[in-house]
Ligand binder design. Structure first.
Ligand code: PLP
Length: 448
């Protein structure tokens, strides 16, 4: 395919990134180390980041809306986190023993997260979800897990069911997962009753992919009631929403307390970290009993070399202290609200169909269709063909490149913006100007 004007400008602006990609593409699949970092014709390479900004290898300053895949609500290289990590580093990074740091980190989680009576740390959200599934199955002596269409819960064999990239997963494993469309509580109830073997219902509380396909908070309440009534474990996966939608996550914001939650991203303060937390009698299935047969056959085993490693514990505890004691969430939400309004004004001014929506500091830019959002601020109806328009990959990937040309790095091809506490009024103004230029360039190319 011929190179577009937008692509040519991107190539011209990023010669150093291209040179690195020529090396990376022979090292890593697609030249990247995370599926979502793939970008055609090549991704940018960055050197460092501070606050709401990061710098590419060409020296361009970029306003960052990936914010560490949602981990960096505090802003990049927050001085308190840097100091905590430096001190922890000098004290020992893996001592094979329990530490005060993990106690501090664990206490903060139980203080902030409503369902967290007890907790166990892992090194990622993927691992946390794997453990939550094991615990649910062990607790209920049932096998099936209900999840929802395209809801993302990491890349384990079980969690990938209903998503893409299914290669190598045994059919037997996929058969233990039941994937349902969201927002149909009767269907969930019928499925639980008909199966008789459902251990848990697992959900992303703002909808698939952080809220790309939003669900109304009322569905969470319906699931809570149904799971309670049927003795099914309710697992809200708060890897993204935890410590973001409020100090206590979606659970506090939407006033729903699940049996189990999974946490990562902000939890680790920018270092790798994950946790499963919930009711004591569920999490305590990890505990050894004075019974060899139980320990061998029923206990849920959980080793992990870097579980609660002191560096992640130090960074994570400092991050959660800042969330607890300062207005991190309010600042991120306020910046996001300003950006949402300004971008919606821009779409109106440019007479481009579409709308920016989202909960708190998670924003979605949906282009090509006009639609009304419900009073819950989340739900709206689109037909399949309207979704196709919104998800037009060719147009959206050009928008992503055009935004990078203007110094903005969004998630998901310009359709998702994750805001942190450091996004300033100036950043917002610059972002709106960048969108104006990027959308004009894409319109000039005939894609919009
Ligand atoms: C809701 C949700 N669960 C789990 C995960 C997996 O977390 P990790 O990337 O730390 O393995 C993610 C990652 O984005 C996520 O969004």
């Amino acid at each position: 395919m011929a190179i577009t004007k937008i692509e040519q400008r991107y190539i011209d602006l990023h010669p150093e990134s291209l040179a690195r990609y020529q090396v990376s593409k022979n090292l890593f699949p697609n030249g990247v180390t995370h599926d979502a970092r793939r970008l055609a014709p090549f991704p940018i390479y960055v050197t460092h980041a501070k606050g709401s900004h990061k710098w590419d290898v060409e020296g361009n300053r970029i306003i960052d809306y990936k914010t560490g895949h949602g981990a960096m609500i505090l802003g990049h290289s927050h001085p308190d986190i840097v100091q905590s990590v430096q001190e922890a580093m000098a004290e020992g990074t893996q001592m094979g023993c329990s530490t005060d740091k993990e106690i501090k980190w664990g206490k903060l989680v139980t203080e902030l997260v409503p369902c967290a009576e007890k907790i166990r740390f892992q090194s990622s959200g993927t691992e946390a979800v794997m453990m939550a599934i094991r615990l649910a199955r062990a607790y209920t002596s049932k096998t099936k897990i209900i999840k929802f269409d395209d809801h993302f819960h990491g890349w384990s064999d079980y969690a990938t069911a209903g998503g893409s990239g299914l290669g190598g997963i045994p059919q037997e494993t996929l058969d233990t997962m039941i994937v349902l469309p969201p927002n149909d509580i009767d269907l969930v109830e019928k499925t639980i009753k008909k199966s008789g073997d459902v251990a848990a219902v697992m959900i992303e509380p703002t909808g698939s992919h952080m809220g790309l396909h939003p669900i109304p908070p009322s569905f969470l309440h319906e699931l809570r009631e149904l799971t309670e009534r049927t003795g099914t474990i309710f697992h809200m996966d708060e890897v993204v929403t935890g410590f973001r939608l409020s100090k206590g996550g979606a659970s506090v914001k939407f006033e729903v307390t699940p049996d189990v939650t999974t946490l990562a991203k902000i939890l680790g303060g920018g270092m790798p970290g994950g946790a499963v937390a919930g009711k004591s009698d569920i999490i305590n299935l990890i505990e050894f009993q004075d019974d060899a047969s139980y320990n061998q056959n029923e206990r849920v085993g959980h080793p992990g070399t870097f579980n609660a490693n002191p560096i992640s514990a130090a960074a994570g505890a400092k991050a959660l202290e800042l969330v607890r004691d300062t207005d991190v969430n309010e600042k991120a939400d306020a910046a996001a609200a300003k950006l949402k309004n300004a971008l919606n004004e821009l779409l109106g001014k440019m007479e481009i169909a579409g709308q920016v929506t989202g909960h708190g500091s998670l924003l979605f830019v949906r282009l090509g269709v006009d639609f009304e959002v419900g009073s819950d601020g989340a739900s709206f109806e689109l037909t399949d063909s309207e979704w196709e328009t919104v998800n037009n990959g060719q147009r959206n990937s050009q928008i992503h490149l055009a935004l990078l040309n203007e110094g903005i790095d969004p998630m998901s091809n310009g359709t998702r913006l994750i805001i942190g506490q450091d996004h300033s009024d100036q950043d917002i103004q610059d972002t709106v100007s960048a969108y104006e230029k990027a959308l004009s360039a894409v319109r000039d190319s005939g894609l919009m």
